[in-house]
Design a protein. Structure first.
Length: 410
């Protein structure tokens, strides 16, 4: 009886400590927009949050306009995320959704997004690009057709790199497109599109990062099988595209949408969630985990950052800070919150620290997106890396929230 009492007391004390920690973190959260929807900040292959060299934060996302049509919106904070102003970027008659942002060394914003909800049948989804200079938003430019979930990055010369995947509509039919494609815009304009994935039908959700040598790194979701998705990766150097590498594959599991970042040693980090032993495609049973893999001088073994557990762990996003610490944020359920998704995180600082519960609320908290980019590099400072810590946005019901860790003021 005494042992049971002691165990119960330990559990209660643990819950109190966790609740106090979560409450402290939640107090730092700031409301950006109350009129969002669940996918406004999805998915982890895209970057939604960026910062210009003057310290101004920029967030891009989609939400419905007064007519119920999804449009692209741009939120700005000039006081380190405490207050935000919002502008509508697109005013189209068709849905505009899933934007991604990058910023160059001249503080120009580079934006890509999809026209057409990418899982609806009978449409042609397009990827568009738009640039914002000191004079304002420039006219939009067509990048590709039958293209979905674009991701964007800039290199040291302010060249723009865009990757995007095929069109697959519900419940999983090929709709068009030629695999994962890469296209770049230089001072001479848009260059010819290149297909970089071996699979031309199901490859999508590409994530992109650029390293200190301007090598291009792309990871994506790949499936030539009916049920299971794997992650593939490819690098482009001055010599061209290297061989395609399989990052994750298991006979009875699904590896999801990747997020990618480059550390200060040019090591490549990729994270994803993995589901094992599911009873059927798209089932929510089985075992879930958050996984990480790094390329140093070769690909290192896969690390399990969280799990495997029977509670869903979903869509991790990764960032590296100025001290080369690794930050992973995702959403998932756990024994204390088995009915609602919560925002969770884990940091590598010489070793993996314990999982941190960022939220603990009685409704779902989903689709986090961390700020990170290798470029621009201005006077030796990577302006889109917090000095130490992290900054991110996520969805709380129909509200977009922003938060930075206490030491990260971006």
């Amino acid at each position: 009886m005494k042992e049971v009492t002691i165990v119960c007391l330990v559990i209660v004390v643990g819950l109190i400590i966790m609740t106090l920690s979560v409450n402290r973190l939640q107090k730092n959260a700031v409301i950006v927009d109350n009129n969002a929807e669940e996918f406004s900040t999805a998915y982890p292959n895209q970057r939604k949050l960026a910062k210009t060299s003057d310290g101004v934060l920029h967030l891009v996302y989609h939400r419905a306009d007064s007519n119920g049509i999804l449009q692209i919106y741009h939120a700005v904070s000039k006081d380190q995320g405490k207050n935000w102003s919002v502008e509508q970027v697109t005013h189209e008659s068709a849905d505009q959704c899933f934007p991604s942002i990058a910023i160059d060394s001249d503080n120009n914003l580079h934006l890509v997004w999809i026209e057409g909800w990418p899982s609806k049948p009978g449409i042609v989804p397009y990827v568009y690009y738009r640039k914002r200079t000191r004079e304002g938003w420039q006219p939009r430019e067509l990048v590709a057709a039958y293209a979905t979930y674009p991701s964007i990055a800039v290199d040291s010369h302010n060249n723009v790199h865009v990757v995007y995947g095929t069109y697959v509509y519900s419940p999983g039919y090929y709709g068009g497109g030629n695999g994962v494609r890469w296209r770049t815009k230089t001072s001479n304009g848009w260059q010819i599109e290149e297909t970089i994935s071996s699979d031309r039908l199901w490859a999508r959700y590409p994530a992109i990062a650029i390293d200190s040598q301007d090598n291009v790194h792309v990871a994506w979701s790949h499936s030539t099988r009916y049920r299971y998705y794997d992650l593939h990766y490819r690098r482009k150097t001055v010599s061209g595209w290297e061989e395609e590498i399989e990052i994750s594959r298991d006979s009875d599991s699904t590896s999801s949408i990747p997020s990618i970042a480059i550390d200060n040693n040019d090591h490549v980090h990729i994270v994803w969630h993995q589901q094992e032993n599911a009873s059927y495609a798209y089932a929510t049973d089985g075992y879930w985990s958050i996984r990480h893999r790094v390329y140093t001088d070769s690909w290192q073994p896969v690390e399990v950052v969280a799990g495997p557990i029977k509670y869903s762990q979903l869509y991790p996003t990764i960032a590296i800070d100025g001290k080369n610490n690794i930050h992973i944020v995702w959403y998932g359920k756990h024994p204390i919150s088995h009915s609602f998704y919560q925002i969770r995180s884990r940091t590598y600082q010489n070793s993996w620290k314990p999982i941190q519960e960022i939220t603990l609320l009685l409704h779902d908290q989903i689709n986090p997106s961390l700020m990170w980019a290798f470029y621009p590099l201005i006077n030796g400072v990577k302006t889109n890396q917090p000095k130490e810590g992290y900054a991110f946005v996520w969805i709380d019901g129909t509200t977009i929230k922003y938060q930075s860790s206490e030491i990260s003021q971006p």
